[in-house]
Design a protein around this ligand. Structure first.
Ligand code: G1P
Length: 291
């Protein structure tokens, strides 16, 4: 059973400046909810009970968001706004939250290693905050099912255009069955010519705890950072790694285009604003055309 999830949230979010100058990128809202709340909700919907968030200086707002807000709850109670009160209370009751600091920006692999003591000796999930998924079955739940079946570490992958491979960790795959591969090795952000496939790692992982020993030893990789991808490439030779092509859609909300697309997707799923937004877009296209 996978009970614990690590959410690395120490990055600076330079792709969304100036929004992220003061606000942690994880707190930038999509419609009316901070991005990180969607990530936590996916984890909880997949059966996770303990959420470990790896933070850094200037990320206080994340802890405050998942804490009870006594003053706000008092005001809502006095006003009789019970639906809102329920909504606000449920945020801090979704799971048990734990925080650990990453003092220096040494990379994603290092951020995961910071959670070692809190995770202990059990398999755990990692969810990256820039990747928001939409679909019938939560992406993490799909990975957990494969982990339960195989007992091995699992990464989510998706096919990307050849020109996009240099933005991702890319796997060298050996087919197991439809949508499932044994991973022989991985490369972090390869050039097109070096890429072993066009199957890119999306930001969801289920990892066995032996990955921590590897992370302790792995040196700096791409960009001079300690890369999770490099540790996983070594894990392939030890306890093994499988890759699942998940079902559903993924949005890179750390990027301006992905962020706007995700905002539209969630706005169109929101019963209150859906018809209004459709009508607005229709009028907009009629007036401005598609150019
Ligand atoms: C990270 C990982 C990369 C993965 C990507 C998914 O990169 O290092 O392997 O493919 O997330 O979003 P980042 O986007 O943080 O540079």
């Amino acid at each position: 059973m996978i009970r614990k999830a690590v959410i690395p949230a120490a990055g600076l979010g330079t792709r969304l400046l100036p929004a992220t100058k003061v606000i942690p990128k994880e707190m930038v809202p999509i419609v009316d909810k901070p991005t990180i709340q969607y990530i936590v909700e996916e984890a909880v919907a997949s059966g996770i009970e303990e959420i470990i968030i790896v933070t850094s200086r200037s990320k206080r707002a994340i802890e405050d968001h998942f804490d009870a807000s006594v003053e706000l709850e008092d005001v809502l109670e006095r006003k009789g706004s019970l639906a809102q009160l329920d909504q606000i209370r449920s945020i801090s009751r979704m799971a048990h939250f734990h925080y650990v600091r990453q003092a220096r920006p040494l990379g994603l692999g290092h951020a995961v290693l910071c959670a070692r003591r809190l995770v202990g000796d059990e398999p755990f999930a990692v969810l990256l905050g820039d990747d928001v998924f939409v679909g019938k079955t939560p992406c993490l739940q799909q990975l957990i099912q494969v982990h339960e079946e195989t007992g091995r570490s699992v990464v989510a992958v998706q096919e990307v255009e050849e020109t996009e491979v240099s933005r991702y960790g890319v796997i060298r795959p050996l087919p197991i069955r439809e949508r499932l591969w044994d991973v022989e090795s991985l490369v972090e952000k390869p050039q097109v010519a070096e890429a072993p496939s066009n199957l890119a790692v999306a930001g969801r992982y289920v990892l066995t705890p032996d990955v921590f020993d590897i992370l302790e030893c792995v040196g700096p990789g791409r960009g001079g950072e300690i890369q999770l991808t490099d540790a996983l490439s070594l894990l392939c030779q030890r306890s093994g790694l499988v890759a699942l092509e998940f079902e559903g859609k993924r949005y890179d909300v750390g990027d301006k285009r992905g962020y706007v697309r995700a905002t539209l997707e969630f706005a169109l799923q929101d019963e209150v604003v859906r018809s209004d937004i459709f009508a607005f877009l229709e009028r907009y296209y009629a007036r401005e055309g598609t150019a």
